[in-house]
Design a protein around this ligand. Structure first.
Ligand code: NAD
Ligand code: SER
Length: 308
């Protein structure tokens, strides 16, 4: 079962899981209707709100589910606009998933985020450092990691998660996060030849191409349990880090005449509270993680994907 399956990551993850396990064996669920994302129409789909734990439990039994990939969440920018909703869905949804997993003996993948780090973390964020995020979204992600650890230690629910950097993909739009500019810029470049970027030109954030993120997700879930260490609920993984200016320059090299203005809004504050780089040595050591996409390869893949 995949929750939040119609979102940015779900669109790609459902496709890869169905390739691997068969279309009929992956149940996509979301609070939105499937018409919002025909990309996941090639297999079973159910409407499910993640805070409705009774319906989740019934669906798990009806479809004989063995693992939940829990993607439903309210991201950072929307979360600052609607902090109560962010708490309710992100924390409440994670509790529903973990309780359902405990009752039905399921494995759980629940992603975390670089948003768990706050301004007091080193600019290259280590695996282990104080987690004092400023955003409500980041706070809910810290709680999510702690809950997942608790269910592993107390109930032996096999919970795993990655702290994704900002993800860049083309099959589905980004869903209300601070790193959305790194996706929107490609759409705007191809449609209008211009983008008004909502963070400053020198804003540097950790980012990753979706293919690396999906591969990392599958590799983490396939790793033998004895290779998974204490970072199981929130492994740092690094792709690459670039400034908004470097991204705009790389796109301008491929799209003649592309221009970008930098007009920061309040999302600048959230971006400034996050690290510039991620130290992913623990994931490399434990389950041999390695990213494959550099900036040029990402720009080429995004332009090709969006131009088809
Ligand atoms: P998204 O916003 O694109 O998708 C989330 C999906 O959840 C949407 O389809 C939405 O309809 C659904 N949803 C919202 N409320 C729901 C509810 N009550 N019940 C069921 N579904 C609901 O988000 P995404 O980018 O695909 O993120 C997936 C996960 O990865 C989240 O946990 C997010 O925190 C994490 N993450 C994403 C990124 C990124 O850059 N995309 C980075 C770090 C972590
Ligand atoms: N990409 C996400 C966001 O900006 C980070 O988790 O909210």
């Amino acid at each position: 079962m995949v929750t939040g399956a119609l979102g940015q990551i779900g669109t790609d993850l459902v496709e890869e899981l169905r390739k691997k396990y068969g279309n009929d064996n992956i149940l996509a669920t979301d609070i939105r209707k499937i018409e919002d994302n025909p990309g996941v129409e090639n297999g079973p789909f159910e409407i499910l709100s993640v805070i409705d734990s009774d319906s989740m439990d019934n669906m798990v039994k009806e479809y004989d589910i063995q693992a939940i990939y829990h993607l439903a969440a309210i991201l950072s920018a929307t979360g600052e606009e609607k902090p109560e909703l962010c708490k309710k869905i992100n924390v409440g949804g994670t509790v529903s998933v973990l309780e359902t997993a405990k009752k039905n003996n399921l494995r759980v993948y629940a992603p975390s985020s670089i948003a768990v780090f706050g301004p007091d973390a080193p600019k290259t964020a280590p695996q282990i450092t104080p987690l004092n995020p400023k955003t409500m979204y980041g706070k809910t992600k810290v709680i999510g990691e702690n809950l997942a650890n608790e269910y592993w230690h107390n109930y032996r629910v096999d919970t795993r998660g990655l702290r994704y950097p900002g993800l860049i993909s083309w099959k589905s739009p980004a869903g209300g996060g601070t790193t959305d500019y790194a996706v929107e810029i490609f759409h705007a470049a191809l449609e209008k030849g211009h983008y008004d970027c909502f963070v400053d030109s020198n804003t540097r954030l950790p980012m990753m191409y979706i293919d690396d993120a999906i591969r990392g997700t599958l590799e983490l879930m396939e790793a033998p349990i004895n290779e998974i260490g204490n970072s199981r609920s929130g492994y740092n993984i690094s792709g690459l880090s670039f400034t908004a200016q470097q991204l705009a320059d790389s796109i301008a090299e491929k799209i003649d005449g592309f221009t970008c203005n930098f007009i920061p809004d309040k999302r600048q504050i959230y971006a400034d509270s996050w690290p510039d780089y991620i130290d992913d040595s623990q994931a490399k050591e434990d389950w041999k993680w390695k990213a494959q996409f550099n900036l040029e390869k990402i720009v080429d893949s995004m332009i090709e994907g969006l131009s088809d």
